[in-house]
Design a binder for this molecule. Structure first.
Ligand code: 5AD
Ligand code: SF4
Length: 452
């Protein structure tokens, strides 16, 4: 039996994989611990989408090298997208790395760990058999507090020029609706109040078959009643091409499905969108946005942008800036382009926007989104918002935090023993706001803490 700590650098999909891996390891008799110093085995689960996470994992691995060399019982491992891409080479290059498993092999970690007692080893690529944890899971520990993830799709069928995901996670596969429902129920039984359905391109769920995302959401809403515990249902990430009016209408109609779309635009320039192979034009993106706002008027939309994509001119960037100013996103996540091995852009296009220029564009776009955030937040002062209470604020222990269905972060004074607890739905009267945070007080009048 080993004491294992899994450290995650990456997206929600990675976090979920860490939780699934933890379950598989526990089932095999190991102990999974949160504290790295209490562990005799440390596994880094690392993203490959941008090079930042990889660099962090490599430096953390190097830091643990002395411990590995001094202690013969200590083991170091790697999982996730980075492991899939580079694991084999790293096993050769880093003598202190004991094992590595790819994105479709991590449920085999218990075997790999046993093998690593005899020598360094790795497993990558397609799994040779369905893995019980992914393909028919029983999420026991798969949620942190009130929140749980359910992956309804794995991999991605798109080929965006910059993106490492299809290469490291493989093609798109959808999981049956019945399994998704089973997992939502299991999470509810384990105490989750909010579930997030995950897929790289979630609007393509069931494409061409009898299911689609709207139908799946209705099915969950019908078959998992509110008194089972789930108060909120979210889904990410939306591809602008596949989002439908039916989905927006479903989001608007179903009370527990949150009115929040994460629909990355990536650029506001048609030329860059084409080079990125995104499969839509700026006008088509704006039409989707208008459709969502028409059909689900209270919903918010967040976006991702890449600045400094190969060939991006000043003019292209100004088009992106213009989109951010006009679209009034709830938030934008902005990334500086970095070429990822195995992608079309890395193979065919020169990374020709200089670093300082990427930084300048990054800051300018951030500032533009920040101005939007400030205005949007100010408009909400004086409103009443319903949040799902998450608990004490990590930044300020005298406050608690929660989120609205539209994904706005709200903070309020710590309730003392006023009977408010994590997982409650709570009405807040908003009295002040910063660009990304609303400040509220529990609403007077109506019973303000609800639990259904
Ligand atoms: N360089 C910079 N950002 C990237 N993203 C994906 N690939 C790259 C890359 N090569 C960003 C996209 C995506 C988010 C998850 O990461 O904006 O939506
Ligand atoms: Fe997630 Fe993509 Fe990073 Fe993998 S490469 S962790 S799927 S963001």
């Amino acid at each position: 039996m080993r004491k294992i700590c899994i450290v995650t650098f990456g997206c929600q999909m990675n976090k979920l994989d860490s939780e699934l891996a933890a379950e598989a390891l526990q089932d095999a008799g190991h102990l999974v611990v949160a504290d790295e110093s209490a562990a005799d085995t440390v596994i880094f689960n690392t993203c490959a989408v941008r090079d930042h996470a990889e660099q962090r994992a490599l430096s953390r691995l190097a830091q643990l090298r002395t411990r590995r060399e001094a202690d013969d019982g200590f083991r170091l491992g790697l999982m996730g997208c980075f492991a899939e891409r580079e694991g084999e080479a790293l096993l050769e290059r880093l003598p202190y790395l004991d094992f590595a498993v790819g994105t479709r092999q991590f449920m085999r970690l218990p075997d790999v760990l046993a093998q690593a007692e005899r020598g360094r080893c790795g497993r990558f690529g397609e799994a040779d058999a369905p893995s019980p944890g992914i393909d028919g899971a029983h999420p026991r520990s798969r949620h942190s507090g009130i929140h749980g993830y359910v992956s309804i799709m794995r991999g991605c069928a798109n080929r965006c020029a910059y993106c490492a995901v299809p290469g490291v996670r493989g093609g798109e596969t959808c999981r049956p609706a019945a399994e998704a429902v089973r997992e939502v129920r299991a999470l509810a039984a384990a105490g989750a109040r909010e579930v997030t359905l995950l897929g790289q391109n979630i609007d393509a769920y069931g494409k061409g078959g009898e299911w689609n995302l709207a139908r799946l959401l209705r099915h969950i809403e019908e078959t998992v009643p509110p008194d089972a515990g789930i108060a909120r249902i979210r889904f990410v990430t939306s591809h602008p091409r596949d989002i439908t009016r039916e989905l927006a209408a479903t989001v608007a109609a179903l009370p527990r499905v949150c009115g929040h779309f994460h629909m990355p635009a990536q650029s506001g320039s048609d030329r860059v969108l084409r080079a990125m192979r995104r499969g839509y034009s700026r006008a088509e993106y704006e039409e989707k946005l208008a459709m969502i706002r028409d059909v689900a008027p209270t919903a918010t939309v967040a976006s991702d942008f890449i600045v400094g994509f190969p060939g991006e001119t000043d003019g292209d960037f100004l088009a992106t800036l213009d989109l951010v100013e006009k679209a009034r996103f709830q938030n934008s996540y902005i990334f500086k382009y970095s070429p990822r091995p195995g992608t079309l852009a890395a193979r065919d296009l020169e990374d020709d926007v200089p670093g300082p220029e990427k930084r300048r564009r990054n800051l300018a776009l951030l500032e533009a989104q920040n101005a939007v955030n400030r205005e949007r937040a100010a408009e909400l002062v004086g409103s009443r918002q319903t949040i799902l209470v998450e608990g004490v604020s990590a930044r300020d222990y005298s406050r608690w935090t929660g989120r609205t269905a539209e994904n706005l972060i709200c903070v309020f004074p710590a309730p003392g023993n006023g009977g408010i607890k994590a997982g409650d739905l709570l009405d807040l009267d908003i009295y002040s706001a910063t660009p990304l945070t609303l400040f509220g007080r529990p609403g007077r009048g109506a019973a303000s803490a609800r639990c259904g």
